[in-house]
Design a protein. Structure first.
Length: 298
């Protein structure tokens, strides 16, 4: 064996060892801050765990109580409504806006991408405070415009009325959720093979036919990613509820995430809260799997 060959093998061996050494801290972090909390969450869900006393093993009692809890069922239903409304509306609106922005090209395209992405980087607390002011039942802009135009006769307590509160939450969630999908869709449209589009246009294809037959299949991976991420974010809606309504009025805006927080950190029922977390994780995993399966079938 030549000296050059031995040196090459030694160099490859050192690079391999260095690569493994670099992965060790990442692996430790992943095990300590991701896997261990997940396992601990599942384990604690089988206990009556609270503060200032030893945990008591209760088996599946937390889960049986969970599905008999009317407030949890209401929170689950509110979460489902948020997902059903926000996910398709976010995807369709984002795709439409990104198609319009993409046709603008140049600096104008970048400007509109920045405008729509601004709520994403502004911070949920700052955005929520602005919306809370707009929905204020005494001096909010919605009541002012509604009364000025004759749409409403008297001020509406938007966040304090069961008829309007959840709708207001969904509206705010939509405005803060479209920024990232729009940017992703614009990037995906930039990667579409334009030669295929031009060939289809020469053959007499309409804009809709070009989009449906050529662009849509090529941006399908981006659509799948947006669907999964938007679904997860909708299921995990918490900050808006905490800052605007705290689940009220009369639990009408409770979501699963907020109800987990309420039980775990206000009532100190950690085992019961973890049981809800496990159920939520299973629901998200099942829906994400269905979305991946449907995309693969298509």
């Amino acid at each position: 064996m030549s000296s050059n060959s031995r040196m090459s093998k030694a160099l490859v061996r050192r690079e391999t060892i260095a690569g493994y050494a670099f992965m060790v801290p990442s692996l430790i972090f992943f095990l300590g801050f991701v896997i261990y909390p997940m396992v601990q969450c599942v384990f604690t869900s089988f206990f009556d765990a609270t503060m200032n006393r030893e945990d008591i093993f209760v088996g599946l009692s937390n889960y049986t109580e969970l599905f008999g809890d009317s407030i949890f069922r209401g929170a689950l239903w509110n979460t489902v409504i948020i997902v059903i409304v926000s996910v398709p509306v976010t995807c369709i609106f984002s795709l439409w806006v990104s198609s319009v922005i993409y046709d603008l090209k140049g600096p104008l395209c970048s400007l509109f991408r920045c405008i729509f992405y601004l709520p994403v980087v502004t911070g949920s607390v700052a955005v929520t405070v602005v919306w809370k002011w707009m929905f204020n039942n005494y001096y909010g802009i919605f009541n002012y415009v509604g009364k000025s135009t004759g749409l409403i006769e008297q001020n509406i307590n938007w966040l304090g009325d069961e008829k309007y509160a959840l709708g207001c939450i969904i509206l705010i969630l939509l405005t803060t959720s479209v920024g990232q999908p729009i940017v992703l869709y614009v990037s995906a449209l930039n990667n579409v093979d334009q030669s295929l589009v031009e060939a289809a246009e020469v053959d007499g294809a309409t804009k809709f036919q070009c989009f449906w037959k050529i662009k849509w299949p090529q941006i399908m991976p981006t659509t799948l990613y947006i669907l999964v991420i938007t679904t997860i974010n909708s299921f995990q809606c918490f900050a808006l509820i905490q800052l605007l309504t705290s689940g009220g009025p009369n639990h009408s805006t409770d979501t699963i995430m907020y109800y987990i927080y309420y039980n775990a950190f206000k009532l100190y029922r950690y085992g019961y809260g973890n049981a809800m977390g496990v159920v939520l994780a299973v629901i998200i995993a099942v829906l994400s799997g269905i979305q991946f399966k449907m995309a693969k079938t298509d």
